[in-house]
Design a protein around this ligand. Structure first.
Ligand code: ATP
Ligand code: MG
Length: 293
């Protein structure tokens, strides 16, 4: 019987059981963590509406709720999943069975505590679970984790296993300070982490630029990293109205300012994806490697 390390190696190198061919670049999904230093800054609303905008642009998107079941993605999406990821981890369900379809074909998996159980999957189950995870890549182009807020082990582990991080902050100093603290910790673990900033609830474009430039300069001078701005979202009353109606704001109010901002962000995200060179290992394989360390 193979050890956990041998099983992992086999998967990462692309020669897993029932999957004879070498892994191809185009089959890789982009794995994104949406995170924040401070709670309540708009991660879940961003995640859901960003996913919908990507889907409107033809991408197949899967959201995984990684906030210990507290992310409320289901409430914002207005759907109720029957199962969660922990049933895949314990071998009771296939990955397709825990996926719920939302608007525009956006798929959703409730993580429960499941995402973090990955770390402690027992050796007998690991090969089966890894092949379940790899099957996701055949179904979707982008996987977005809605993570918890703040500096904690689970959050950092998930962030460093993702291909890219979208860091959400508001324009308020406490949110910015916490976003910086999280950045510092993430960079300590892996300096090459790609961090993109989204400034939510901004007054306007120029306020978002001012905040972004300050953040970028501090990160450059003190951490030696280059942070990119993915965009900003205006503080818009339509967001709150849509949340109350349990509908994503890009569906309930497609022409509101926040919806137009999200649409710009999705466009930029897809442009970045096409312009940046692919690293040798990314997507689910890299995720598995980093998650299991
Ligand atoms: N652009 C916006 N304009 C106005 N209100 C907003 C905006 N973004 C978020 N909000 C408000 O902030 C609330 C919290 O947003 P959300 O639940 O997405 O935050 P979160 O970061 O996921 O929170 P948590 O850390 O608890 O998971 C929303 O219910 C909404 O009322
Ligand atoms: Mg949330």
């Amino acid at each position: 019987m193979l050890s956990q390390e041998e099983v992992l190696k086999k998967f990462i190198n692309g020669k897993s059981q029932g999957e004879g061919s070498t892994y191809k670049n185009k089959e890789r999904a982009r794995i994104i963590s949406v995170t924040s230093g401070k709670g309540g800054v708009g991660k879940t609303n961003f995640t859901v509406n960003f996913a919908i905008e990507l889907a409107r642009r033809g991408k197949k998107v899967l959201i995984i709720d990684a906030d210990f079941g507290l992310s409320n993605i289901d409430v914002v999406l207005g759907i109720t999943p029957r199962y969660d990821l922990s049933q895949v981890i314990n071998g009771k369900r296939r990955i397709e069975e825990v996926i719920t379809d939302g608007p525009y074909g956006v798929k959703f998996i409730s993580g429960g505590s499941g995402v973090y159980d990955l770390i402690s999957v027992n050796r007998d189950d690991i090969e089966m679970f890894l092949s379940e995870l790899l099957r996701l890549e055949k179904i979707v182009d982008v996987i977005i984790f809605d993570t918890g807020a703040g500096v904690n082990r689970n959050n950092i582990q998930l962030i460093q296993a993702s291909d890219e991080v979208i860091l959400v902050t508001t324009a308020e100093p406490p949110a910015i300070v916490d976003a910086y603290a999280l950045t510092k910790t993430v960079i300590k673990v892996d300096k090459a982490t790609k961090i993109r900033l989204v400034i939510n609830r901004a007054e306007n474009f120029s306020e978002s630029e001012e905040i972004f430039n300050k953040f970028k300069n501090v990160a450059h001078n003190y951490l030696g990293i280059d942070i990119k701005k993915l965009g900003y979202i205006t503080d818009d009353f339509s967001v709150s109205k849509a949340v109350k109606a349990q509908k994503p704001f890009t569906i309930q109010f497609p022409n509101c300012t926040a919806s137009r901002n999200i649409s710009e962000i999705a466009k930029r995200f897809l442009n970045i994806g096409e312009s940046e060179p692919k690293t040798e290992v990314s997507g689910i394989r890299r995720f598995i490697k980093k998650m299991f360390g």
